[in-house]
Design a protein around this ligand. Sequence first.
Ligand SMILES: Nc1ncnc2c1ncn2[C@@H]1O[C@H](COP(=O)(O)OP(=O)(O)OP(=O)(O)O)[C@@H](O)[C@H]1O
Ligand SMILES: Nc1nc2c(c(=O)[nH]1)N[C@H]1C(S)=C(S)[C@@H](COP(=O)(O)O)O[C@H]1N2
Length: 201
Amino acid sequence: MSTTEAPTHEPVRIGIVSISDRASAGTYEDKGLPALQDWLTRALKNPITFDARLIPDEQAGISAALIELVNAGCSLVLTTGGTGPALRDVTPEATLAVSHKEMPGFGEQMRQISLAFVPTAILSRQVAVIRDQSLIVNLPGQPKAIAETLEGLKNADGSQKVNGIFAAVPYCIDLIGGPYLETHDEVCKGFRPKSAVRPVR
Ligand SMILES: Nc1ncnc2c1ncn2[C@@H]1O[C@H](COP(=O)(O)OP(=O)(O)OP(=O)(O)O)[C@@H](O)[C@H]1O
Ligand SMILES: Nc1nc2c(c(=O)[nH]1)N[C@H]1C(S)=C(S)[C@@H](COP(=O)(O)O)O[C@H]1N2
């Protein structure tokens, strides 16, 4: 008797961190965490456990939250906010302080994408780093910039114009020994070299 097995996807734990003085104080509603959670849920086929933090722009507190999330087993940690030049914007410094390895391509690609939306994209100082078996990536603070940078730019016919940074995330997670992430192509087509693609089960 043949059975049709539902495709299974490895579970993944993802840390999402919204860094905002005003949202964490309740001055305005936090839109960063919902935007991160919505986009990741739309993009990934894997079952996701989210570990969320809403914290102010304090360097020591941000670094402590990142270490906590990595130690909790998050394969990916995405932050939003605090990457500009303002005095209180310290997310990149807090991220670099916990880095084992810098991944400059993510920041370069994000600024490239964002320049198509705003000329002030060059003011963003986002970094990405590896700590243990986790990839930590800073995204801009504007909630709408989260999908823009993760997903990239599409042409009117839906084809990809500039790759979003998430296209490179699944293979990066492979390389650091994390779960095999699979994306919904219509949201974001993850890219792996042929030799790294697993056959469909
Ligand atoms: N968590 C958030 N929820 C909703 N909107 C946000 C959030 N973070 C930032 N924004 C919006 O994006 C803009 C740029 O983000 P940035 O991280 O530079 O914030 P900021 O101006 O330093 O202020 P704050 O840290 O108090 O959010 C903010 O001025 C705000 O309008
Ligand atoms: N896609 C996108 N990227 C963007 C923006 C935006 O509106 N959309 N805003 C820029 C601005 S104005 C700043 S100051 C930097 C840093 O933002 P942050 O302090 O909100 O993290 O992100 C930039 N990147």
